[in-house]
Design a protein around this ligand. Structure first.
Ligand code: GCV
Length: 733
């Protein structure tokens, strides 16, 4: 009855405000509370005209392909989506094609498909799909066609997405990258390193007998984006994960994820055989070690036949690796690759390394390039080198990593961090779609003319002398057992954006934000427009109030939350914020030009030349590459000192702006999610103020300069900010 009343009122509202497309799908009554568990797969009732259209397109569901766990999942998802969005019963599955049927079929199972569609389909590969309003056996139908079962599942999700977001379904799509993976930094005790959404969803203790129903919903959410692999455990790995008991547990997860096209991978600790006391060494050139890994791979594949392979963090931050035996990264990676190759498994070898010598004065930004560039072309065919987006460590802003474009004979995978270790955990809103996009569209200037961009490099077009290369993108997951999965409702957008960009690294962050907002809050412009505006401004706000103008790594020790630009007493120079900002009486910033560490030389010559001059360096990277006097004249007419303060103030204002925009949505967004986000926004404003005040107080103590006219002084002395600690911050390493 209530639903009927709502529907009638919505229709009336539409009648009196015909110009308002937004009212078309918005229920007039306050929306019912939601807890966020359903992510972007909410399938809430559409407005009557959209519902009528939907019902006309899905009177029945016909699966012409064989029923398999994957095609059954596709049909079940369509039934769930159509029932939810249509506000009625799920369409029945039929065998005969009738008018208005939603038909799912592979090329092989659709003999009557017209030649043009067949040709189009043949270009879409093993994961692509096409969506079309067409005629089959003379009947008007909606067709979801693919070459494989998983293509059908992806097509089903794409059609549901378009329906929920009110957009025209894309006619045809196939992924530009082969591997689209989540990396869980989840420990076997369920603590998630850099996790801000509760404990790990992988309940290793309960596995393998007990599998949480969340695993299926996790698989659905990932498959809806095209994510096709997951590394279950932390790169700071333990040997136990490769023991029979844990392999059996991983196999139980793999069984749940398999119908959704998601392969399981594990992070392998390089010294596993030695630590399990099954060999005397972990030297990759030792025949006994090589034999151990071969046997281990055989054992894993007996239990998990489609196991994806290993992710390895070696000789980095205390992790063991081949360099412990004076062997190279290639020696280590190739030894593991040889064990996996007979089973078609791969090794993802991380390039996040930095020299182990404490006290050695160097530039950490140079180190990965120095270690990996000489190894270009030396890795086995089933090794991919996984490179973080920037050369330091997932900062709010970094220029792209110089390895992109520098290893043309090695497949490079992108590693993004979806969890916000350095961007306000799960309390601050920071939409990472814009950050990922900024990196992906960066011009490496490696080519003779423009390009290639980082996206083009990871798409493989410019590697291996034009030969098809393995391609991929990994994202460090932001998922935990919190009811809404990600802690902050808005952090779901980062999981979503990662998945969509892994499918197409050249997609638009704004278009992705629009899609996400419509599915997450309802396709109503009164909600989606302000939510998209919030998303689009949010990451720049965080950069402004934390590390503007190319500053970086100024967060508190270990937990990485809150400002601590004064820290200068840690064992390694490159653990200290003072190492990165280099603020002194004469100025601020890290000189990475020829007069400094010359990290710039690692980029293509054209780009290095451009960035060698502060006047032609993009302002957003200025202090990343240059050490400049506080009085340096900025293009705005301000001094550098005044510009830094301007950015901090702008960041705080933007955080307040986010709050104001969200407050205006009270009553339009359901009360529960509105209140939960509002609480976090209050905290975000406090965090922005803390960063602004602490950094200005500290930099003023170094520069000795007065605050520009009209700037509010930090309300507390520097010592007050230095005294703030976060001993129990979540997600510690
Ligand atoms: C998993 C940073 C993080 C560590 C993380 C490391 C890595 O240093 O702070 O928690 O370790 O990156 O990417 O390996």
């Amino acid at each position: 009855m209530h639903k009927l009343l709502t529907t009638v009122l919505a229709a009336l509202l539409l009648a009196v405000s015909p110009g308002s497309a937004s009212a078309a799908t918005h229920p007039v009554a306050a929306p019912a509370d939601e807890d966020g568990y359903n992510l972007w797969l909410r399938y809430q009732p559409l407005a009557p005209p959209a519902q009528a259209k939907l019902k006309g397109q899905a009177r029945s569901i016909v699966l012409t392909a064989a029923a398999t766990p994957t095609t059954r999942a596709a049909v079940a998802e369509l039934q769930r989506g159509v029932a939810g969005m249509g506000g009625g019963p799920a369409p029945a599955q039929a065998t005969a094609i009738a008018d208005g049927a939603l038909v799912l079929g592979t090329t092989a199972s659709l003999p009557a498909l017209d030649a043009a569609l067949k040709t189009e389909l043949s270009r879409l590969g093993s994961e692509g799909y096409l969506l079309r309003a067409t005629r089959l056996q003379g009947r008007p139908v909606t067709l979801i066609a693919a070459n494989t079962d998983i293509g059908l599942l992806y097509g089903a999700f794409a059609w549901l997405r378009a329906t929920a977001a009110g957009t025209a379904p894309v006619a045809a799509s196939s992924p530009k990258l082969q591997l689209r993976l989540l990396n869980h930094w989840d420990n076997l005790d369920r603590h998630v390193e850099r996790g801000y959404a509760g404990a790990s969803i992988w309940d290793w203790w309960a596995l393998p007998e007990i599998t949480d129903s969340r695993y299926t919903d996790y698989a659905r959410a990932n498959a809806s984006l095209g994510i096709n692999g997951t590394v279950l455990n932390n790169v700071n790995s333990k040997p136990e994960v490769l023991t029979p008991a844990y392999i059996a547990k991983a196999a139980a997860v793999a069984d749940v994820l398999r119908p959704y096209g998601i392969k399981v991978f594990l992070s392998a600790r390089f010294s596993t055989p030695l630590e399990l006391k099954e060999t005397d060494t972990a030297d990759p050139l030792s025949p006994a070690v090589q034999a151990w890994w071969k046997k281990k791979a055989d054992e894993i594949y007996r239990t998990i036949p489609d196991f994806g392979g290993f992710l390895v963090k070696a000789n980095s931050e205390g992790q063991p690796g081949p360099q412990d035996y004076h062997r190279s990264h290639a020696d280590g990676a190739n030894m593991l690759a040889a064990a996996l190759a007979p089973h078609h498994g791969i090794v993802m070898w991380r390039a996040f390394v930095y020299a182990p010598e404490a006290g050695k004065e160097t530039d950490r930004a140079r180190q990965a390039y120095e270690e990996f560039k000489p190894l270009d072309g030396k890795f086995a065919a089933n090794v991919m080198v996984q490179v973080k987006n920037g050369a330091i460590d997932f900062q709010p802003r970094e220029p792209f990593h110089p390895l992109f474009g520098a290893m043309p004979n090695t497949p490079l995978m992108m590693e993004f961090q979806i969890t916000k270790e350095y961007l306000g955990f799960s309390t601050d809103i920071a939409y990472l779609g814009t950050m990922f996009e900024e990196v992906l569209e960066s011009d490496t200037m490696q080519g003779a003319g423009k390009g290639p961009t980082v996206a083009q490099i990871i798409e493989g077009a410019h590697t291996l002398g034009g030969q098809p290369a393995a391609t991929g993108m990994a994202g460090v997951a932001n998922i935990g057992v919190d009811r809404n999965w990600t802690g902050h409702h808005f952090d779901q957008a980062n999981w979503y954006a990662f998945g969509r960009l892994a499918w197409n690294p050249q997609a638009s962050a704004r278009a992705i934000a629009i899609e996400w907002a419509a599915q997450t809050f309802g396709n109503d412009a009164r909600v989606t427009t302000p939510v998209v505006d919030m998303l689009m401004l949010s990451r720049e706000a965080v950069v402004d109030y934390m590390t503007p103008l190319g500053l970086h790594h100024m967060m508190g020790t270990a937990h990485h939350h809150g400002p601590a630009p004064w820290v200068n007493d840690l064992e390694r120079p490159d653990w200290n914020p003072v190492y990165y900002h280099r603020a002194a009486r004469d100025g601020i910033g890290f000189d990475r030009t020829a007069s400094g560490t010359n990290a710039l030389e690692q980029y293509a010559p054209a780009l290095a030349r451009l960035y060698a001059d502060p006047r032609t360096t993009p302002e957003k990277y200025l202090l990343w590459f240059h050490h400049l006097p506080w009085t340096y004249a900025m293009p705005s007419g301000r001094t550098l000192w005044a510009e830094i303060i301007h950015h901090y103030d702008r960041g705080v204002a933007a955080a307040r702006d986010l709050q104001t925009r969200w407050d205006a949505l009270r009553g339009v967004v359901d009360a529960r999610r509105h209140a939960e986000v509002a609480q976090r926004l209050r905290r975000q404003v406090q965090n922005a103020q803390l960063w602004r005040n602490a950094c200005i107080a500290y930099f003023q103590s170094v520069s000795g300069l007065p605050l520009p006219d009209g700037v509010a002084p930090p309300p507390q002395p520097l010592e007050y900010y230095k005294g703030i600690h976060f001993p129990y911050a979540p997600g510690r390493g």
